[in-house]
Design a protein around this ligand. Structure first.
Ligand SMILES: [Zn+2]
Ligand SMILES: [Zn+2]
Length: 341
């Protein structure tokens, strides 16, 4: 079944599969405009996903060739993967926030061995044990599929309306999950008159049943100490203030009551930070903190690649605690150990 799901007033969604991924699928939204349909995200670059997208557009009474533009919520391959192929088939423009376009450019230009060396050094500095680092040191760097993403041709300017003839779609910058993540606010009456203001395409920022991964913004060329978790919490408050009538996320399903979901996520992160402070009564490296944090399964059953992601998440939380003045690095410790103050 590849039928499009009807959201009303010229908005439909297609469930585009993500191969070998527990998330299952990306919801690609098809928004009618006076110049042809515009896609919000495109899905993973995979033949099965492409076929689903093509069939879904046919079910919407249109075709890939008719696509006028592609608005990308963020650079991750389950959102931006097929953008290049859609552009080739249609001549559509691709729009993305400049901070994520910078990530795309870096991904295209940085040699795989440079990334591998950068990640290995970072993990060593976070206190990763030799058994975790050895496979990375032994790895033969190779270009990974999905790592040659398309360069967008338009910037999404925060706070401004996108060029969608006949529609009012405003970009809301929501950094945190990535530095250039955007939500898109459709400033039009809700077709079923749900209470609230318009509809929000929320990408990965606001999902009904998942708290998105917040790690560090990895950039080998930039030593700025960023605070992605702080950015994410600010971004949550920003979309909460919009109070949209309905949220159209990029995974799972559409939902009303955005404000409740925002409150839930803010409370979740608050209690997680409090929990981490309790763990930091003894000095811990980011790796040791990750080992002690609560995940969806015990640490010993978390595979190698997911541990790398978990440490990045632990570091994002440490950044936040240090920034708030609740924790600090022990002077002279290497790898750095952090303790509650
Ligand atoms: Zn994502
Ligand atoms: Zn995603």
């Amino acid at each position: 079944m590849t039928e499009a799901f009807e959201h009303g007033a010229g908005v439909r969604s297609l469930r585009v599969p993500i191969p070998d991924n527990p998330l299952g699928h990306t919801l690609v939204y098809v928004v009618d405009t006076d110049r042809g349909p515009v896609l919000i995200d495109t899905g993973w670059d995979d033949p099965g996903a492409w076929d689903t997208l093509v069939r879904g557009l046919t079910a919407c009474g249109t075709s890939v060739a008719e696509i006028h533009g592609v608005v990308v919520t963020h650079h991750h391959p389950d959102h931006h993967g097929l953008s290049g192929r859609v552009r080739e088939a249609s001549g559509a423009w691709i729009a993305m926030h400049a901070a994520d376009t910078a990530v795309v450019r870096r991904t295209r230009e940085a040699a795989p061995e440079r990334w591998l060396a950068y990640m290995t050094d970072k993990l060593a500095a976070a206190g990763a044990p030799e058994e975790h680092l050895a496979p990375l040191r032994a790895a033969r760097p190779r270009a990974l599929p999905g790592l040659s993403p398309a360069l967008p041709d338009r910037d999404i300017a925060p706070g401004e309306l996108l060029d969608l003839p006949g529609r009012r779609l405003r970009a809301i910058w929501t950094p945190g999950h990535t530095p250039g993540h955007v939500c898109l606010h459709l400033e039009e009456d809700h077709p079923a008159h749900l209470p609230g203001r318009g509809r929000l395409f929320s990408g990965d920022h606001l999902l009904p049943g998942i708290s998105p991964h917040i790690g560090l913004y990895e950039d080998p060329d930039d030593t700025t100490v960023t605070d992605p978790l702080g950015d994410y919490l600010d971004s949550l408050e920003r979309v909460g203030r919009l109070a949209p009538a309905e949220v159209l996320p990029a995974h799972q399903h559409a939902f009303p009551h955005a404000v409740d979901r925002v409150r839930e996520l803010l409370a979740h992160h608050q209690s997680r930070l409090t929990g981490l402070l309790a763990l930091l009564r003894e000095p811990l490296t980011p790796w040791q903190l990750a080992e002690r944090m609560e995940w969806n399964r015990p640490w010993r059953r978390i595979p190698h690649g997911s541990r790398t992601i978990a440490v990045s998440e632990a570091e994002a939380h440490l950044r936040r605690l240090v920034k708030l003045g609740h924790a600090e690095a022990l002077p002279g410790s290497d790898p750095a150990r952090y303790v509650a103050v």
